[in-house]
Design a protein around this ligand. Structure first.
Ligand SMILES: [Mg+2]
Ligand SMILES: [Zn+2]
Length: 208
Protein backbone atom coordinates (compact mmCIF):
# COMPACT_ATOMS: atom_id res chain seq x y z
CA UNK A 1 0.00 0.00 0.00
CA UNK A 2 1.09 3.53 -0.73
CA UNK A 3 1.59 6.43 1.58
CA UNK A 4 0.12 9.85 0.88
CA UNK A 5 0.48 13.45 1.84
CA UNK A 6 -3.03 14.87 1.96
CA UNK A 7 -2.73 18.60 1.40
CA UNK A 8 -5.29 21.25 2.13
CA UNK A 9 -5.24 23.82 -0.68
CA UNK A 10 -5.96 27.36 0.57
CA UNK A 11 -3.50 28.49 3.23
CA UNK A 12 -1.46 25.28 2.93
CA UNK A 13 -0.49 24.36 -0.62
CA UNK A 14 -1.13 27.93 -1.76
CA UNK A 15 -1.13 31.21 0.12
CA UNK A 16 -4.35 32.15 1.92
CA UNK A 17 -6.87 34.26 -0.02
CA UNK A 18 -10.54 34.98 0.63
CA UNK A 19 -12.55 32.71 -1.71
CA UNK A 20 -9.99 32.51 -4.53
CA UNK A 21 -11.89 32.08 -7.79
CA UNK A 22 -9.39 32.28 -10.67
CA UNK A 23 -5.87 30.97 -11.45
CA UNK A 24 -4.08 34.23 -10.61
CA UNK A 25 -5.40 33.95 -7.04
CA UNK A 26 -3.23 30.87 -6.50
CA UNK A 27 0.35 31.40 -5.31
CA UNK A 28 2.35 28.37 -4.16
CA UNK A 29 3.46 28.49 -0.54
CA UNK A 30 7.07 29.49 -0.30
CA UNK A 31 9.77 26.84 -0.43
CA UNK A 32 7.54 23.79 -0.85
CA UNK A 33 8.57 22.76 -4.39
CA UNK A 34 11.78 20.86 -3.58
CA UNK A 35 10.19 19.26 -0.52
CA UNK A 36 7.08 18.02 -2.31
CA UNK A 37 9.27 16.65 -5.07
CA UNK A 38 11.35 14.82 -2.48
CA UNK A 39 8.22 13.12 -1.11
CA UNK A 40 6.98 12.21 -4.57
CA UNK A 41 10.31 10.76 -5.69
CA UNK A 42 10.32 8.73 -2.46
CA UNK A 43 7.06 7.11 -3.56
CA UNK A 44 4.52 9.21 -1.67
CA UNK A 45 1.28 10.24 -3.35
CA UNK A 46 0.37 13.93 -3.27
CA UNK A 47 -3.38 14.43 -2.91
CA UNK A 48 -5.20 17.74 -2.51
CA UNK A 49 -8.35 17.71 -0.37
CA UNK A 50 -10.14 21.05 -0.39
CA UNK A 51 -13.45 22.46 0.83
CA UNK A 52 -14.84 24.72 -1.89
CA UNK A 53 -18.13 25.94 -0.49
CA UNK A 54 -17.81 28.96 -2.80
CA UNK A 55 -19.45 26.68 -5.40
CA UNK A 56 -22.52 26.03 -3.21
CA UNK A 57 -22.60 29.73 -2.34
CA UNK A 58 -22.61 30.68 -6.04
CA UNK A 59 -19.33 32.63 -5.86
CA UNK A 60 -17.79 30.57 -8.66
CA UNK A 61 -18.58 27.44 -10.68
CA UNK A 62 -17.13 23.98 -10.91
CA UNK A 63 -15.69 25.01 -14.29
CA UNK A 64 -13.86 27.95 -12.63
CA UNK A 65 -12.45 25.49 -10.11
CA UNK A 66 -11.24 23.19 -12.91
CA UNK A 67 -9.40 26.14 -14.50
CA UNK A 68 -7.76 26.95 -11.16
CA UNK A 69 -6.70 23.36 -10.65
CA UNK A 70 -5.25 23.09 -14.17
CA UNK A 71 -3.14 26.16 -13.33
CA UNK A 72 -2.17 24.65 -9.98
CA UNK A 73 -1.00 21.47 -11.68
CA UNK A 74 1.05 23.55 -14.13
CA UNK A 75 2.69 25.51 -11.30
CA UNK A 76 3.72 22.27 -9.63
CA UNK A 77 5.01 20.71 -12.88
CA UNK A 78 7.62 23.47 -12.97
CA UNK A 79 9.03 21.71 -9.89
CA UNK A 80 8.73 18.25 -11.42
CA UNK A 81 5.68 17.44 -9.30
CA UNK A 82 2.54 15.71 -10.59
CA UNK A 83 -0.44 15.84 -8.22
CA UNK A 84 -1.90 12.33 -7.96
CA UNK A 85 -5.43 13.55 -7.26
CA UNK A 86 -7.48 16.60 -6.32
CA UNK A 87 -10.63 16.02 -4.29
CA UNK A 88 -12.98 18.90 -3.52
CA UNK A 89 -16.21 19.35 -1.60
CA UNK A 90 -18.58 21.77 -3.37
CA UNK A 91 -21.25 21.60 -0.66
CA UNK A 92 -22.45 23.87 2.12
CA UNK A 93 -25.76 23.65 3.97
CA UNK A 94 -26.17 27.44 3.77
CA UNK A 95 -25.38 27.57 0.05
CA UNK A 96 -27.58 29.25 -2.56
CA UNK A 97 -27.27 26.52 -5.21
CA UNK A 98 -30.07 24.14 -4.16
CA UNK A 99 -28.57 20.75 -5.09
CA UNK A 100 -25.30 21.66 -3.32
CA UNK A 101 -26.88 23.15 -0.19
CA UNK A 102 -27.00 19.78 1.50
CA UNK A 103 -25.21 17.98 4.33
CA UNK A 104 -22.45 15.72 3.03
CA UNK A 105 -19.70 13.41 4.21
CA UNK A 106 -16.92 15.14 2.26
CA UNK A 107 -16.73 18.60 3.81
CA UNK A 108 -13.85 18.72 6.30
CA UNK A 109 -13.81 18.19 9.32
CA UNK A 110 -15.43 15.04 7.99
CA UNK A 111 -13.00 12.49 6.57
CA UNK A 112 -14.93 11.60 3.39
CA UNK A 113 -12.46 12.95 0.84
CA UNK A 114 -9.52 11.18 2.48
CA UNK A 115 -11.39 7.88 2.79
CA UNK A 116 -12.52 8.06 -0.83
CA UNK A 117 -9.01 8.82 -2.09
CA UNK A 118 -7.52 6.05 0.04
CA UNK A 119 -9.98 3.47 -1.26
CA UNK A 120 -9.46 4.53 -4.88
CA UNK A 121 -5.66 4.63 -4.72
CA UNK A 122 -4.71 1.85 -2.29
CA UNK A 123 -3.38 4.21 0.36
CA UNK A 124 -2.41 3.19 3.89
CA UNK A 125 -4.03 5.96 5.93
CA UNK A 126 -2.22 5.04 9.15
CA UNK A 127 1.12 5.74 7.42
CA UNK A 128 -0.06 8.91 5.70
CA UNK A 129 -0.24 12.56 6.76
CA UNK A 130 -2.82 15.33 6.47
CA UNK A 131 -1.44 18.89 6.42
CA UNK A 132 -3.71 21.89 6.84
CA UNK A 133 -3.91 25.40 8.22
CA UNK A 134 -7.08 24.96 10.29
CA UNK A 135 -8.25 22.42 12.84
CA UNK A 136 -11.03 21.19 10.52
CA UNK A 137 -8.20 19.81 8.36
CA UNK A 138 -6.60 18.23 11.40
CA UNK A 139 -9.88 16.68 12.54
CA UNK A 140 -10.55 15.26 9.07
CA UNK A 141 -7.07 13.73 9.05
CA UNK A 142 -7.39 12.31 12.54
CA UNK A 143 -10.83 10.85 11.82
CA UNK A 144 -9.45 9.21 8.68
CA UNK A 145 -6.70 7.63 10.79
CA UNK A 146 -3.81 9.72 9.46
CA UNK A 147 -1.04 11.57 11.19
CA UNK A 148 -1.76 15.30 11.18
CA UNK A 149 0.16 18.56 10.92
CA UNK A 150 -1.19 22.06 11.54
CA UNK A 151 0.36 25.00 9.69
CA UNK A 152 -0.16 27.75 12.22
CA UNK A 153 -1.46 30.92 10.58
CA UNK A 154 -2.65 32.21 13.94
CA UNK A 155 -6.35 31.55 13.36
CA UNK A 156 -7.05 28.49 15.50
CA UNK A 157 -8.23 28.30 19.10
CA UNK A 158 -7.03 25.61 21.49
CA UNK A 159 -9.09 22.51 20.65
CA UNK A 160 -11.68 21.20 23.09
CA UNK A 161 -11.72 17.65 21.77
CA UNK A 162 -8.86 15.25 21.12
CA UNK A 163 -9.92 14.69 17.50
CA UNK A 164 -8.71 18.23 16.78
CA UNK A 165 -5.20 17.92 18.23
CA UNK A 166 -2.46 17.85 15.56
CA UNK A 167 0.53 15.54 15.89
CA UNK A 168 2.77 18.46 14.98
CA UNK A 169 2.53 22.21 14.49
CA UNK A 170 4.68 24.23 12.11
CA UNK A 171 5.02 27.93 11.26
CA UNK A 172 4.82 27.26 7.50
CA UNK A 173 3.91 24.50 5.07
CA UNK A 174 7.57 24.10 4.11
CA UNK A 175 8.47 23.63 7.77
CA UNK A 176 5.67 21.08 8.23
CA UNK A 177 7.02 19.12 5.24
CA UNK A 178 10.53 19.19 6.69
CA UNK A 179 9.30 17.99 10.09
CA UNK A 180 7.35 15.15 8.49
CA UNK A 181 10.34 14.19 6.34
CA UNK A 182 12.47 13.98 9.49
CA UNK A 183 9.80 12.04 11.41
CA UNK A 184 9.49 9.55 8.53
CA UNK A 185 13.25 9.16 8.00
CA UNK A 186 12.72 10.20 4.42
CA UNK A 187 16.15 11.68 4.05
CA UNK A 188 19.02 12.64 6.37
CA UNK A 189 18.57 16.17 7.67
CA UNK A 190 21.85 17.15 6.04
CA UNK A 191 20.58 16.12 2.58
CA UNK A 192 17.26 17.95 2.80
CA UNK A 193 16.61 20.95 0.56
CA UNK A 194 16.81 24.25 2.43
CA UNK A 195 13.57 25.87 3.51
CA UNK A 196 14.05 28.87 1.24
CA UNK A 197 16.01 29.31 -1.95
CA UNK A 198 17.56 32.53 -3.24
CA UNK A 199 15.32 33.95 -5.97
CA UNK A 200 18.03 33.52 -8.61
CA UNK A 201 18.23 29.78 -7.92
CA UNK A 202 14.61 29.03 -8.68
CA UNK A 203 14.86 28.46 -12.43
CA UNK A 204 17.98 26.33 -11.92
CA UNK A 205 16.48 24.25 -9.10
CA UNK A 206 13.25 23.74 -11.02
CA UNK A 207 15.14 22.45 -14.05
CA UNK A 208 17.20 19.88 -12.12
MG1 LIG B 1 -6.98 26.02 4.39
ZN1 LIG C 1 -19.27 17.78 0.42
Amino acid sequence: MKRALFLDRDGTLVEPRHYPSCPKDLVLSQGIGPLLRMFQTSGWELIVVTNQSGIARGFFTEHDLECMHAALRDMLRVWGIELNAIHFCPHHVEGSVPHLAVPCFCRKPQPGMLLEAAAARDIDLSRSWMIGDILDDVEAGNRAGCQTALVDLGTEQCPAIPERWPRLVAPSTADALRQIAVAEDLMPVSAMPPQFLPRTWYSVAAAQ
